[in-house]
Ligand binder design. Structure first.
Ligand code: GDP
Ligand code: MG
Length: 439
């Protein structure tokens, strides 16, 4: 009756430990996934080397395939690499906290200014914006309009005053008004150039900001590494804000920021509305960069299923020949659940070894068994002997479940076979790790 289940289970079991050989191909896929997500090449190289070293020798969770296990390891490493937890903004101990924003043109600095003000207002902090981009009159107007929209004052001094001078005046004004946080907008260029860097350096010197945040467009491709590197070397950053995450990009730039500068991403912008600014969660980002969310949730699920089996209790029951229909159900259900998940996995190239027919067969069998077990009394479930000894009981179960007497007899015989088999298996195993339905 369980042959379908057993073979499905065997196919799912896969190998036990990650080796150089069995991770070679999946590692190549991961490398490709990272490059497709626009993680810079040097970062990818280093990362792949590190993870390969780490992964070899790692045990594979039962029911999970080596490549799936590898994706999970890679994911956890990505999370670690991006700082693990999210990093909070730092605030000044005394006086106003100054946040200086830097970045190329069009990445979303001016928008972030207003979003930040709105974000901080919600935390009960008073805010002021400073219009430090003097090259386009429209930039000053844009900030003034956005400031009004989120209800915070904007300090402007026109286009004829040097940005460092505006910054100084703005900070003075904020001190006078007892403002908690001053956010300073600056001009960007399409590309990094010396004049921009010199100006930024000067603004930074005057302000001595608490945070200097590099605003990075999530669409930034391979250039992210060079970009982060030069801003960090030239002006020194304390973190970054990743914008336009609402677009299609997988956001590999995020990985480059931390790898290259050692500084965390603190916030992400994901939309044009003022509310679209959130803390940066490495966990989510790792999933997005890998683009293998389905594999990740499968591995999590497999772990869950294994825990539900409650190994210790089951072991006790097996050794004392108490393995009953309740345990039987629990086990077969666990296996069947893995089967349905494997259908999803089957859609991923190179991973589908369990045929849909096998899964359908296993699920059909499980339904039949469940129907019969459901019609047993609690006593019968715990003591299969009752059914073995009484044809009347078997007849009743058959009638109530709409199955044949022969099917019920088979099921009862099966649990005794399983007891014997599992006991044998237990004898062979050291340390008593979980036995499976197969042998
Ligand atoms: P700046 O040159 O760095 O100051 O960039 P701006 O703040 O002027 O933004 C440039 C464009 O990007 C504007 O049209 C913004 O509305 C848009 N923008 C900014 N942040 C986001 C975001 O998170 N998502 C989307 N979709 N658009 C954004
Ligand atoms: Mg701007």
């Amino acid at each position: 009756l369980t042959t379908g289940l057993e073979s499905a289970w065997n196919k799912l079991k896969g190998e036990e430990v990650l080796t150089k050989e069995n991770i070679f191909e999946p590692m190549r896929d991961i490398r490709r996934a990272l490059l497709e997500a626009d993680v810079s090449l040097p970062v990818v190289r280093r990362f792949v080397e590190d993870v390969t070293d780490q992964a070899v020798g790692v045990g594979v969770i039962r029911g999970v395939k080596p490549d799936q296990q590898l994706v999970k390891i890679v994911h956890d490493e990505l999370v670690k690499l991006m700082g693990g937890e999210f990093s909070e903004l730092v605030f000044a101990e005394t006086g106003p906290t100054v946040i200086l924003l830097a970045g190329l043109q069009g990445v979303g600095k001016t928008t972030v200014c207003a979003k930040l003000a709105s974000y901080l207002k919600k935390q009960g902090k008073s805010c002021m914006l400073v219009a430090g981009d003097i090259y386009r009159p429209a930039a000053i107007d844009q900030l003034a309009i956005l400031g009004k929209k989120v209800g915070v004052p904007v300090y402007t001094a026109g286009t004829n005053v040097k940005p460092s001078e505006i910054a100084k005046q703005g900070l003075e004004e904020a001190k006078k008004k007892n403002i908690d946080v001053v956010v300073v907008d600056t001009a960007g260029r399409l590309q990094i150039d010396k004049a921009m860097m010199d100006e930024l350096k000067e603004v930074k010197r005057v302000l001595n900001p608490t945070e200097t945040l590099l605003v990075v467009d999530a669409m930034t491709g391979q250039e992210a590494a060079a970009l982060v590197s030069s801003f960090n070397l030239e002006i020194g950053i304390t973190g970054a804000i990743l914008t336009k995450l609402d677009g299609d990009s997988r956001g590999g730039a995020a990985l480059s920021v931390k790898e290259i500068s050692g500084k965390p991403i603190k916030l992400v912008g994901q939309g044009e509305r003022m509310e679209d600014l959130e803390p940066f969660y490495p966990e989510r980002m790792a999933g997005r960069i890998l683009g293998m969310g389905d594999v990740l949730s499968f591995v999590e699920k497999a772990k869950e299923v294994m825990q539900q089996e409650d190994a210790e209790e089951l072991q006790k029951k097996i050794t004392s020949s108490k393995f009953d229909f309740n345990d039987f159900l629990k086990q077969t259900r666990a296996v069947a659940r893995m089967g349905s998940v494997s259908r999803v996995i089957g859609m991923i190239p190179g991973m589908g070894k369990v045929t849909p027919a096998q899964i359908r067969e296993a699920e059909k069998n499980l339904k039949i068994m469940e129907a019969m077990i459901e019609k047993m009394t609690p006593e019968e479930r715990e003591k299969p002997e009752l059914l073995a000894e009484s044809p009347f009981r078997r007849k009743r179960v058959a009638k109530d479940s709409g199955k044949t007497e022969q099917q019920v007899s088979q099921l009862v015989a099966q649990i005794f076979q399983m007891r014997v088999r599992m006991k044998k298996l237990m004898g062979v195993m050291e340390g008593g790790s979980m036995p499976t339905l197969s042998n």
